[in-house]
Design a protein around this ligand. Structure first.
Ligand code: FES
Length: 143
């Protein structure tokens, strides 16, 4: 009886991809620019995997007290921001709920095409340098 040699062990190489959830904080930094309602530019530093809302509240551009919910059905788009087209194109499309909240919260019931809810935008490495406009709070959001 002829005995054949064992097959060589299967070699699988898994490519190392940058993870948006890397444990090294320095690998997760996403630098953004935000324009406040007066047109003043602010540097905002966020982390991949974090929401845009979290990065803006950490910088003091959005009052965290009025944006605790992050459950969009329970909110009225207080975290609405305007995002430049270049960056808007890189984001996943708005969910039905996000569009509904944005329309419901606009005076004319028409959504600004640059509007997104900052609580629904998750930072990724591709959003490095994104420019975001923070509009004035809506009259009904001012205590
Ligand atoms: S935090 Fe409520 S809609 Fe974004």
């Amino acid at each position: 009886m002829k005995i054949s040699p064992p097959n060589p062990p299967l070699q699988i190489s898994i490519p190392k991809l940058p993870s948006p959830f890397s444990s090294k904080v320095s690998d997760r930094i996403v630098k953004l620019a935000a324009l406040d309602p007066d047109g003043k530019k602010h540097e905002v530093v966020g982390l991949t995997g974090q929401t845009l809302l979290k990065a803006l509240t950490n910088t003091g551009l959005i009052d965290p007290a009025s944006h605790r919910l992050e459950e969009i059905d329970a909110c009225s788009a207080e975290c609405e921001v305007n995002i430049a087209q270049k960056w808007l194109d890189m984001l996943p499309p708005r969910s039905y709920d996000e569009e509904y909240i944005l329309k419901r919260s606009s005076r004319a019931r028409v959504m600004n095409t640059h509007s997104r809810l900052a609580c629904q935008v998750v930072l990724t490495p591709e959003l490095q340098g994104m420019v975001v406009g923070v509009p004035e709070p809506k009259p009904w959001d001012i205590p």
